[in-house]
Design a protein around this ligand. Structure first.
Ligand SMILES: [Zn+2]
Ligand SMILES: [Zn+2]
Length: 383
């Protein structure tokens, strides 16, 4: 990330994207609004909002935090529970477990699926292991286990190091520095409270995650892992490389729901570890399943396949145009200049741009697309 000199502004732009790990920089405006709501008197303090999707299937929407949590999908089996993804820290997983007990079912969680190796989906695994001990199966693809082993601890360590340059996980010392500067410049009591709360969350995360050691998957597979239960069947499936080399989905044919991690989700795709040419084909394979609801790792639940198609077309358009620019010998910045937001057809079609960028802030939209273009540029040709 740091092979080229970057301006401080550029650095913070990247940080913001890194901290969302798959969500849009524009969601920062949304996060600010949600933040204000979360801070208001009488606001719910739960980290997640649990929604019923189908009989025995729930979606846990992650409320905004300085360091985001991913959403979870919850499948209630006849005697136990399967949860998809584990958030960014064990205490968030513990909060999720408490909410499941209170709002969904007293049955124990027996299966935890890691859809992929990113920090905001696996750093909470230990919360599940601590609660359910050796009976818990942590399920992932072979590739995800390999990536977790290779990257999780190393990237996290760099994200806590004052001299580190990683952007995913977000660089905590830089975020703390920024929040402290904002606090000292804050004028109103509301602003002061907001930045003080951000600092509190960052310091608490740093304390909690300092000694992180990954809880590696205990059940891995190349293509498919099937759980046949009296309540329904659950198919944990690898359809090909996409957002990472190891993404899996959890498909429940009887309830017509698929949980997709960050391969298919409701925010701007994060592409730094992706396979941009293969990702659309992998999504086509998932799209051939018979489902009504998509529970993604970020954003809201999607009804139907429109959002999947929109995201697929966006990734394909980026991959095609960046590859053509590269073949023509253009530099990254030349390609970025040739791809203004207004020229990207997939963003204009079927409300996809409005979904990703509800505030329509053009500078931030361009920054977000430029970052996607940079990641595609770097990832094309990676094996
Ligand atoms: Zn994510
Ligand atoms: Zn991810």
């Amino acid at each position: 990330m740091c092979q080229h000199a970057v301006s401080r502004r550029d650095f913070f732009g990247r940080l913001a994207l890194g901290s969302m790990a798959g969500a849009s920089i524009l969601d920062l405006a949304w996060r600010r609004a949600a933040w204000a709501q979360a801070m208001s008197p009488g606001a719910p303090t739960d980290l997640f909002e649990i929604q019923k999707v189908a009989e025995g299937v729930y979606f846990a929407f992650a409320r905004p935090q300085v360091l985001l949590n991913c959403n979870a999908a919850i499948f209630v089996n006849s005697a136990d529970v399967l949860v998809v993804d584990a958030h960014s820290k064990p205490s968030a997983a513990a909060a999720m477990i408490a909410q499941i007990k209170q709002q969904v079912t007293p049955k124990p969680v027996r299966y935890l699926v890691n859809t992929h190796f990113h920090w905001d989906h696996i750093q909470g695994d230990a919360g599940y292991r601590d609660a359910f001990g050796k009976d818990l199966k942590v399920v992932a693809s072979d590739a995800t286990k390999k990536l977790e082993t290779q990257f999780s601890q190393a990237r996290l360590r760099e994200s806590l190091d004052p001299h580190g340059h990683v952007t995913s996980p977000p660089h905590v010392p830089a975020l703390l520095d920024e929040a402290r500067q904002k606090l000292s410049a804050a004028a109103s009591p509301e602003q002061k409270a907001q930045f003080a709360e951000q600092i509190r969350q960052l310091e608490s995360y740093e304390r909690e995650i300092r000694d992180f050691a990954p809880v590696l998957p205990t059940v891995t597979f190349a293509k498919t892992y099937v759980i046949k239960d009296k309540a329904h069947d659950l198919h944990v499936e690898f359809h090909g490389r996409a957002h990472t080399a190891g993404d899996v989905v959890v498909f429940c044919p009887q309830k017509r729901v698929v949980a997709t991690g960050d391969m298919i989700q409701g925010a701007l795709p994060y592409m730094a570890d992706s396979f941009p040419k293969e990702w659309p084909k992998t999504m086509d394979s998932v799209a051939s399943l018979d489902f009504d609801f998509v529970a993604g790792g970020h954003g809201t639940v999607a009804h139907g396949k429109q959002r999947l198609t929109s995201q697929r077309n966006y990734i394909e358009e980026l991959a095609t145009r960046v590859e053509a620019g590269k073949k023509a010998g253009q530099s990254l910045s030349e390609i970025q200049k040739s791809m203004p937001v207004a020229s990207i057809k997939a963003l204009a079609a079927d409300g996809y741009g409005d979904l990703l960028f509800p505030s329509r802030n053009e500078a931030a939209m361009q920054a977000a697309v430029d970052t996607n273009v940079e990641h595609v540029f770097n990832r094309l040709g990676q094996s």
